[in-house]
Ligand binder design. Structure first.
Ligand SMILES: [Zn+2]
Length: 212
């Protein structure tokens, strides 16, 4: 896909997520890998009204070469790309149910969500929880980097998900699947549930291997 189409795709998917309440205010950010660097949503921008011409374009060293200044959370994206060479897009949201999940006390930090549905297993799989760090703390980048070499999706405690995909559409769909599964998980609190068995999960991984 050429750069003009990618810019339009970022703007279109960002607006779609904003319109459906998956992101709000100036929260959330998106990036896409280019042959010669990255496109990223600018700092302080709202996903509902992005301008394709003003998206931040960074060179392969992360320097701004055109557009507005990139999101302050750019390091979440660059860390993910460093560790996942096959990733071509990264989405980070403060989506409500995923954030709620990252605020719960008794979750397994190695894998926050049970395998409730096949699509969650296929699009996300295992979801580790990254401990809380204040915005801008470089220890957050280190912690994400450690997990990102083994997982294409991570959940930042009390903050939100960071999800990589082979394409922007893949990354967006996976982020939405995570948000919907978090919503299901919260709806099922205190109810007896029947997640997929480990055999069913293994069967899905065989049928639909993740290669991000
Ligand atoms: Zn954030």
């Amino acid at each position: 896909m050429n750069e003009t189409k990618l810019r339009d795709e970022i703007v279109g998917l960002a607006k779609s997520m904003f319109d459906r309440g998956l992101t709000f205010g100036s929260s959330g950010n998106i990036s896409v890998r280019l042959d010669d660097g990255w496109l990223m949503t600018p700092t302080g921008s709202t996903m509902g009204t992005l301008d394709p011409a003003r998206l931040s374009k960074l060179d392969i060293n992360g320097r701004l070469i055109s557009g507005d200044k990139p999101t302050k959370e750019a390091f979440l994206h660059t860390t993910m790309y460093e560790r996942r060479p096959k990733a071509n897009a990264v989405v980070h949201l403060h989506s409500t149910h995923s954030v709620a999940l990252g605020c719960l006390h008794d979750v397994d930090p190695a894998n926050v969500l049970p395998p409730l549905t096949a699509y969650f297993v296929m699009r996300i799989g295992t979801l580790p929880l990254i401990p809380y760090f204040a915005p801008g703390d470089l220890k957050l980048a280190e912690a994400v980097g450690e997990m990102a070499s083994r997982h294409h999706a991570v959940l930042l405690a009390n903050h939100g998900p960071v999800v990589a995909g082979k394409t922007l559409q893949d990354a967006v769909y996976a982020t939405e699947e995570l948000e919907e599964t978090a919503k299901l998980f919260l709806a099922l609190q205190n109810l007896r549930t029947r997640p997929l068995t480990s055999e069913q999960v293994a069967d899905l991984h065989r049928r639909f291997p993740q290669n991000i």
